[in-house]
Ligand binder design. Structure first.
Ligand SMILES: [Zn+2]
Length: 64
């Protein structure tokens, strides 16, 4: 998700997608989940990720 890895996640809402992504990270990529949690929202990497996430959300068809 969001370029972090290529696992396909399905969700009805952005929040659900965020939650599913985080849950997946905690299971499959614990170190990554840890660094995401410790990263401030203002971190340029985080800001860029959120922007990309939002852009992808707008452009991804609901059923792929
Ligand atoms: Zn993954």
């Amino acid at each position: 998700m969001g370029g972090m890895c290529d696992t396909a996640l399905h969700a009805e809402t952005k929040d659900e997608m965020m939650g599913a992504g985080m849950a997946h990270l905690e299971v499959a990529h614990p170190e990554m989940a840890e660094s995401v949690k410790n990263m401030p929202k203002e971190d340029p990497m985080m800001v860029a990720w959120v922007e990309k996430f939002n852009a992808d959300w707008e452009t991804t068809p609901e059923d792929t």
